[in-house]
Design a binder for this molecule. Structure first.
Ligand SMILES: N[C@@H](CCC(=O)N[C@@H](CS)C(=O)NCC(=O)O)C(=O)O
Length: 233
């Protein structure tokens, strides 16, 4: 019997990666709705005050990639990393590119898209420059068959799915361009990922919490305006 608790909020792309991983690994866990916070008490659990946090019997973990590796090391029955050294490194390469050159870029625009504030044109321009490089890199790197590195979804698939979802919403809204379409070749992968029971559960909660989040923040973004929402792909 595992005693795992995931602290997070269903709007968070990072929380959703970890939640999907727990579901794909068929682990028993409790989901504890928790917002990011700089409160001293929360920073005892999460040093940067960020979500997700995974509470384990050994202590609390943050940083999604660390949590994913912990889950695979501690609970290896259903692995989410390829067995081979090269494929495993390729998965991490994919995750790093998406985390640094896609997610961290579009995150700079969240305020103007999802939080009712305004983005600087200079930020929109600098983010676009990096996104263009990342889009080219991912177009070169990703070759789903149908999953990214095997015949079942792994860490790289989950990381890509939830982070490209939020990135696509941002690029459509800010630039009227779809990063997913521009990477290309992802339709069968999106369909296969969207059909996973883990995705259905995680995205259903995302949709309802996201609507509340956008209304609370007076956001300019309207989910229904997005031509491609992965949960409806
Ligand atoms: N590098 C962290 C990023 C986590 C992150 O940025 N989480 C967001 C929610 S999606 C958050 O906690 N934001 C609040 C903040 O940055 O203070 C990870 O891999 O888990």
């Amino acid at each position: 019997m595992t005693r795992l608790r995931l602290l997070g909020y269903p709007v968070s792309n990072y929380v959703n990666v970890v939640r999907a991983a727990l579901l794909e690994k068929e682990l028993s866990f409790e989901f504890v709705p928790t917002r990011a916070s700089q409160d001293a008490a929360f920073r005892q659990l999460s040093p940067l005050g960020k979500i997700p946090v995974l509470e384990t019997e050994a202590g609390c973990l943050t940083e999604t990639v660390a949590i994913l590796d912990y889950l695979d090391d501690a609970y290896p029955d259903i692995p989410l990393r390829p067995a081979g050294a090269f494929e495993r490194a390729r998965a991490r390469q994919t995750i790093n590119i998406i985390q640094i050159y896609v997610e961290a870029q579009v995150r700079q625009l969240f305020a103007g898209v999802f939080m009712g504030r305004a983005n600087l044109p200079t930020t929109e321009a600098s983010v676009r420059t990096m996104l263009d490089r990342a889009t080219g890199a991912l177009a070169q790197l990703l070759a789903p068959k149908p999953f990214l590195l095997g015949d079942r979804p792994g860490q790289a698939d989950l990381f890509a799915y939830y982070n490209l979802d939020i990135a696509d919403r941002v690029t459509r809204f800010v630039y009227d361009r779809s990063i997913i379409d521009e990477i290309g070749g992802l339709d069968a992968w999106l369909a296969a990922m969207t059909a996973r029971p883990s995705t259905q559960l995680v995205m259903a909660e995302f949709q309802s919490s996201f609507a509340t989040y956008l209304a609370d923040h007076g956001a300019a973004y309207r989910p229904e305006e997005s031509r491609r929402s992965l949960s409806h792909a």
